[in-house]
Write a protein that binds this ligand. Structure first.
Ligand SMILES: C[S@@+](CC[C@H](N)C(=O)[O-])C[C@H]1O[C@@H](n2cnc3c(N)ncnc32)[C@H](O)[C@@H]1O
Length: 227
């Protein structure tokens, strides 16, 4: 039974193979060539089933999106969304990398990305696993390096500890958040550009975000920018 399920999965992935980037290292420094246009490139790490990436790709057909997901059965759902995006926009502006990415410096040249999204990243609650958290300082530094000037990192999480950890790690790298709120949907204090970032951040939600919101949990949000 399990073998049949695995075979079905393989066949489904194969059918959507053109939405998956195999050997993404090949495109280091050449991602615009890969997409065949000069549009800015946005990366989501840990995209899950791809709701957020799909909605971004539909809302911004003049942007390119790369969504990364390490679990193949979950990545398959994201690949289906990439196909849907193409059907609706008539262009391929969303592709999936199916891998657990550790060092994005192997995939993207300095300044190649316009923005990076980390949505509801695994919290890795055990102290000894802190380096696995996607907002560990050396990872934040490699994200910043891959960003173009004024590029951004946006983080959403329900997890108090991961949010506090992320603030400490950003601080240790001297990355000053341009927005940092504990309750994205309940915030009434922010104004100016911060309020604009928050408004935009709630326009496109993820699967986990919808689930946690329906449970009444606050969503934490942070935005860092490359100066
Ligand atoms: C908690 S889920 C959140 C999914 C989605 N972002 C959302 O908000 O609905 C985290 C996802 O990130 C994936 N993931 C964790 N670390 C990753 C990595 N280093 N590279 C790619 N995917 C990763 C996991 O497999 C999992 O599907």
């Amino acid at each position: 039974m399990r073998q049949r399920r695995a075979k079905n999965l393989e066949e489904k992935v194969e059918a959507l193979a053109s939405y998956q980037v195999e050997n993404p290292q090949k495109f280091f420094g050449r991602w615009q060539e890969f997409f065949g246009n000069q549009n800015p490139i946005y990366l989501e790490i840990g995209c899950g089933k791809g709701q957020f990436a799909l909605r971004q790709a539909l809302a911004h057909p003049n942007r390119n999106y790369i969504a990364v997901e390490g679990q193949i059965s979950v990545a398959l759902r994201a690949m289906e969304k990439a196909a849907l995006a193409e059907q609706q926009t008539g262009r391929r502006n969303l592709v999936i990398i199916c891998a657990f990415v550790n060092d994005i410096g192997e995939l993207f040249q300095e300044g190649e990305l316009a923005g990076i999204y980390l949505n509801f990243s695994d919290p890795w609650p055990k102290d000894r696993h802190y380096k696995r958290r996607l907002t560990y300082r050396s990872r934040l530094m490699s994200y910043m390096k891959a960003l173009m000037p004024e590029g951004f990192i946006e983080i959403k999480t329900d997890n108090d500890n991961l949010f506090a950890f992320t603030q400490e790690e950003a601080d240790s790298c001297s990355f000053l958040p341009v927005a940092c709120v504990a309750d994205l949907y309940g915030d009434t204090a922010s104004s100016g550009s911060t309020a604009v970032f928050l408004k935009e951040a709630i326009e496109i939600t993820t699967e986990y975000e919808d689930k946690f919101r329906s449970q009444g949990l606050p969503i934490h949000y942070m935005r860092l920018e490359k100066k």
